[in-house]
Design a protein around this ligand. Structure first.
Ligand code: GLN
Length: 248
């Protein structure tokens, strides 16, 4: 089998090592004898979301989001159509924000998004505290850990499913205890880390969804020796819970 992963704007939307998500997917596929091709999609590159098995976009600072937004906007209808056809996707932080309807950034500029998720993000302004720290989220894929650093606060429209519920950390907006968003097999989240190397169950869920979509539901993934990944998971979890216990 083969896994074709499209990585959008890998050189620009790559805060806090989000490219580690692509490396984790490739490693976990290849350790099972599954070929994995990471396809970089840069500004202006031809790209058909219907011809890949999984889509990734990482985080970015406001100026980097402004830089890629016009190109992403053109790709919006094809990406939404592919997600509605079951394409698994992982959009992290700045990429997640632009998979919503819009991001009103730190100086009030409106950066349009592609509306995969029914949400919008509003930055409270340059003097507001950022949402920074280790995070634990309870999700349908089990407990997920990571690191967040965002100024924007994201608000889900009624009926928009979150990725999970915040156990420790800020999450979407430091108020409603939601974190991220889901639509079909597409996941949006604020969790950097990078996310997938320390959340092997989530990485495998994305790989399995991609392979079953292409090769049928009989596909299974043999377990891997995840001692190192789970050690990293526990370390991030402990850091987040320690912070949550500290008085504000
Ligand atoms: N620039 C966005 C914000 O500050 C996203 C940051 C990020 O991708 N870490 O909210």
């Amino acid at each position: 089998m083969e896994l074709r992963v499209a990585h959008l704007y890998p050189g620009v939307m790559n805060l806090y090592g989000d490219r580690g998500n692509a490396l984790a997917l490739r490693t976990r596929a290849e350790r099972r004898g599954i070929a994995c091709t990471i396809i970089p999609v840069n500004i202006g590159d031809p790209f058909d979301p219907g011809a890949v098995d999984l889509l990734l976009i990482g985080g970015g600072q406001d100026r980097e989001q402004r830089r890629i937004a016009p190109d992403l906007l053109q790709r919006g209808p094809a990406i939404r159509e592919a997600v509605d056809a079951g394409l698994p996707a992982l959009a992290v932080c700045g990429g997640y924000q632009l998979f919503g309807h819009r991001y009103i950034d730190h100086d009030g500029s409106i950066i349009p998004g592609i509306g995969v998720f029914d949400l919008e993000t509003r930055h409270p302004g340059p003097i507001a505290d950022r949402c920074i720290g280790d995070v634990v989220v309870e999700t349908p894929f089990g407990e997920v850990v990571g690191f967040e650093n965002h100024g924007g606060r994201t608000y889900l429209a009624p009926g928009q499913e979150p990725f999970g519920a915040v156990v420790a950390g800020f999450g979407n907006n430091a108020a409603d205890r939601t974190e991220g968003a889901r639509r079909g097999n597409a996941i949006g989240t604020y969790l950097h880390g990078s996310l997938l190397p320390k959340n092997p169950a989530l990485a495998d869920a994305l790989i399995l969804a991609a392979l079953r979509r292409r090769y049928g539901d009989r596909v299974t993934l043999p377990p891997l020796d995840d001692v190192a990944a789970l050690r990293a998971h526990e370390a991030a979890r402990a850091a987040a819970l320690r912070r949550a216990r500290r008085p504000a």
